[in-house]
Ligand binder design. Sequence first.
Ligand code: HAM
Length: 415
Amino acid sequence: MITQRPKGTQDWYGSSMHKRTIIEEIARKICKSYHIKEVITPAFEHTILFQRGVGETTDVVQKEMYTFDDKGNRSVTLKPEGTAGVVRAFLENSLYAESQPTKLFYFTQAFRYENPQSGRLRQHHQFGIEFFGSSSPLAEVELITLLMQFLKELGLKGASLHINSIGCKNCRMTYNEALLGYLKKHEEQLCPTCRERMLKNPLRVIDCKVPSCKVIVKDAPRTIQYLDEECMEHFEELKKLLTELDVPFEVDTGIVRGLDYYTKTVFEFVNSEGFTLCGGGRYDNLIHEIDEKQDIPAVGFGFGIERIINELTTEGVELAPEPIVELYVGILGQDAKASAYRLVQQLRSFGVIVETDYMNRSVKAQMKYANKIGAKNTVIIGADEISNNKAAVKNMETGEQTEVTLDQIAGLFLS
Ligand code: HAM
């Protein structure tokens, strides 16, 4: 037990860590060109933020949160998603007082007590963006085009964009009535949670993962049939912009998303098996619900890092390889240690990837080790090399040796 990680968690090292680093590098680079700034919020927040923000009747709040009382008897929750914390930070730090919009990106851990199965972890990681202050569909377009570029730079080809509109509060009233009428006719087949939810927030039934509920939901009324004029216009403009920008999309009226804060646009990128890789949408009421003095529209998404990595594997995409040791500096004799290490440090300061001996190995064992770690070149530094200020750099692949002065070594690796 003591050497076993908790169910639904993952250790990051080796190739998974390398992939995650590259994913983050690509995301950061793209966000920079979109003038989106990074934000980091705490790993836990007051529980009420998620209850109010994500919604009391969602699976996340009802079944999945890691909630506990701290030593001061305050209820806190490990964040189950990124949006609520960023919204809280946006409000608490008065970021709305600056010229709008405010565009923030983040990498976050998220904790959900889910039944671990393929693609569902209890601690997962997301790359997310929250875009505050714009009610224009161009804000959705910005996030979607950024995501298209992200997928392209990762080399993923199998993800497609699905969009829907779930309308605003107004549309929801008429829709809820119609949905409730339908669900009541099938109440017997719904799971106990949905029978309760149906009365408080029928939309949540649409998102239920229980198979018997899914069957009923298939023929339920769709939000898109109940949009008011403004929401319909917003959706039409979004579709028009995407079409004009040659962004392929599919309208999927089944998408409602599992969190309560969404209004109008919702979207997902799904893989060829229909599995969701990334989800997001507009949430024009959330800020007002958390701080009634503010009324600011917003839109965002969250992309699961683990799901990106799975998709890279499924599609057979090779990311850039891990950095290779360019030079192994072997140490011959105790007296050469400090000088050899000075050389190592000097080369590293020029950005050359260098390794050396920390294990007091013999020179033969050092060369064996250099070979094992795939060092491209080796050099041995002993008393002679230091006094003559000369050493032979050996190319491990060709066996070719180049004799240079010690201060010329860096030049061999800098182009
Ligand atoms: P979400 O759909 O709950 O939305 O999660 C976003 C993404 O996180 C999912 O599409 C998936 O890739 C990943 N994900 C979610 N749960 C798990 C899990 N248990 N294991 C592995 N990956 C998972 C949100 O969290 C919203 N905050 C997104 C958003 C931002 N909407 C507006 N702004």
